[in-house]
Design a binder for this molecule. Structure first.
Ligand SMILES: Cc1cc2nc3c(=O)[nH]c(=O)nc-3n(C[C@H](O)[C@H](O)[C@H](O)COP(=O)(O)OP(=O)(O)OC[C@H]3O[C@@H](n4cnc5c(N)ncnc54)[C@H](O)[C@@H]3O)c2cc1C
Length: 352
C-alpha cells in the first residue's frame, strides 16, 4: 500500500487527510502542533468569497463555500455556521462598486438601508447609512474543524518536527524528524509558514509575506452580533458561547502590516473599537491568539506537485475558506485524476 505522509495538522493537512481517507488511502500525519495547527488556531474563521485578488481566486473561494456545505453533509456534527456577513468596510461609491463587482460574478449581495441594518443589529451603536449583506458567508473555527476531520479520517498522528525531506533520483523517499526517519512514497506539505524551510534543499524558494495576525476574544456577552460584521475599522463575530472574536487589524484579510505593535496597546485599541460598536456592554479582554498568516508572496494559494516526484504542496492564506475545496481537488490529483482546472492559477511552478 502507498505510504502517504501529510506534514501539518492544521485545517489544510486535516482536510487532505479526510479527502484521501475517503479515497481509501491510509494516511499518517506528522506535525509539530498536533491536531489543530498553528495559523488555524488563531484564525478569524470567516468563510467568504467577497474578498478576492483575481477572478480565479474568487471562483476558488466560492467553490470553497460549497465544499464546506459538502463537508457538513458528510460529517453533520461539524460546528460550521452560515449567519452571513454584514459588510461596510467600504462606504459610498466604493461600496456600490463592490456590490456591482460581486453581483456580476453571481455572488448573492443584498443592499441594506440604515433602518434595515439597525433592525438586523439592534445592539450596534453607530449605524451606517448603507451596508451590504452577503448571505452565503459563514464561520468555521479551523482548529476545531481540523480536529474533527483528523478524527474522522482515522489518520495516525505523530507529534514530531520534520527537519528535512529525503529524496533519491528526484523522487521523495520520506522525512527525517527529531524522533527519527519515516519512509514514504508520497509527502504532502501542509506546513503553512514552515514550508519554505523544507523546500530549500530542492533549490526551490517559496516566497512568503510576513503577516502577523492577532485574534482577540472577549468575555462572554449576551447575543449582540448575529452576523460576521465587517466595518471600516473592525471585523468581529460572536462565537456560540458569547465571546466576541475580533482581529486586531482592520480589514485583516488585506492587512499589509509586517509588525503588530505592543500587545497592550493593540489589545486596548481593539477593545475600544468593540465598545464603541456595541455601547452599553461590559466588554473585556479574555484571551488572545497570535500567528503568522501563511501568505505566499503573491497572496494566492500554492497547490500541486512540488519540486520532486511524490512531493505535493498545499500552502495558503484564507485556509479556513479554502482548505476543504483545495483538499477535494488536490486529493483527486494525488490519487491519479487529471489536473483540476480550478487549481490552474495556483501552481507551485509559478515561483520556479
Ligand atoms: C489571525 C488570522 C486570521 C485569519 N482569518 C481568516 C479568515 O477569517 N478566513 C480564512 O479563510 N482564513 C483566515 N486565516 C487564514 C487561515 O487560518 C489559514 O490559512 C489556515 O489556518 C492555514 O492552515 P494550515 O493548516 O495550512 O496551516 P497551520 O494551521 O499553520 O498548520 C501548519 C501545520 O504544520 C505544522 N508544521 C509546520 N512545519 C512543520 C515541520 N517542519 N514539521 C512538522 N510540522 C510542521 C505545524 O505544526 C502545524 O500543525 C487567518 C489566519 C490568521 C493567523
Amino acid at each position: 500500500m502507498t505510504q502517504t505522509l501529510i506534514i501539518g495538522a492544521g485545517i489544510t493537512g486535516a482536510a487532505l487527510a479526510w479527502q484521501l481517507s475517503r479515497r481509501g488511502e491510509a494516511v499518517t500525519i506528522v506535525s509539530t502542533h498536533a491536531e489543530g495547527g498553528l495559523a488555524s488556531a488563531a484564525s478569524f474563521g470567516w468563510l467568504n468569497a467577497s474578498y478576492y485578488l483575481n477572478h480565479p481566486h474568487y471562483h476558488l473561494r466560492h467553490e470553497g463555500l460549497a465544499a464546506h456545505h459538502r463537508l457538513t453533509k458528510q460529517l453533520p456534527d461539524l460546528p460550521t455556521t452560515w449567519q452571513g456577513c454584514l459588510w461596510y468596510e467600504a462606504t459610498g461609491e466604493a461600496q456600490d462598486e463592490t456590490a456591482a463587482d460581486l453581483s456580476a460574478l453571481g455572488y448573492q449581495v443584498q443592499r441594506l438601508t440604515k433602518a434595515e441594518v439597525a433592525a438586523r443589529l439592534p445592539a450596534l451603536g453607530p449605524v451606517p447609512e448603507t451596508a451590504l449583506f452577503f448571505p452565503e458567508e459563514g464561520v468555521a473555527d479551523p482548529a476545531l474543524l481540523a480536529k474533527a476531520l483528523i478524527a474522522a479520517s482515522g489518520a495516525t498522528v505523530i507529534r514530531a518536527t520534520v527537519q528535512s525531506l529525503t529524496a533519491k533520483g528526484g523522487r521523495v523517499t520520506g522525512v527525517t524528524t527529531d524522533l527519527g526517519s519515516i519512509a514514504a512514497d508520497r509527502v504532502i506539505l501542509a506546513t503553512g509558514t514552515g514550508t519554505p524551510a523544507l523546500l530549500e534543499s530542492f533549490g526551490y524558494t517559496l516566497p512568503m509575506l510576513k503577516r502577523p495576525g492577532l485574534m482577540i476574544a472577549t468575555n462572554a456577552l449576551p447575543p449582540i452580533c448575529p452576523v460576521v460584521l465587517a466595518t471600516p475599522d473592525q471585523e468581529v463575530r460572536q462565537d456560540p458561547k458569547g465571546h466576541l472574536i475580533a482581529p486586531a487589524s482592520a480589514g485583516h484579510q488585506g492587512d499589509h502590516a509586517e509588525t503588530l505593535g505592543a500587545f497592550p496597546v493593540v489589545v486596548n485599541a481593539t477593545l475600544m473599537r468593540l465598545r464603541s460598536l456595541f455601547p452599553g456592554h461590559d466588554i473585556h479582554f479574555a484571551h488572545q491568539a497570535m500567528a503568522m498568516r501563511p501568505v505566499p508572496g503573491d497572496g494566492l494559494p500554492v497547490v500541486g506537485q512540488g519540486p520532486a516526484e511524490g512531493l505535493w504542496l498545499a500552502v495558503m492564506h484564507s485556509g479556513a475558506t479554502l482548505a476543504p475545496v483545495v483538499a477535494e481537488h488536490l486529493a483527486a490529483e494525488i490519487t491519479g485524476s487529471p489536473e483540476s482546472p480550478l487549481l490552474a492559477g495556483f501552481r507551485p511552478t509559478r515561483f520556479q
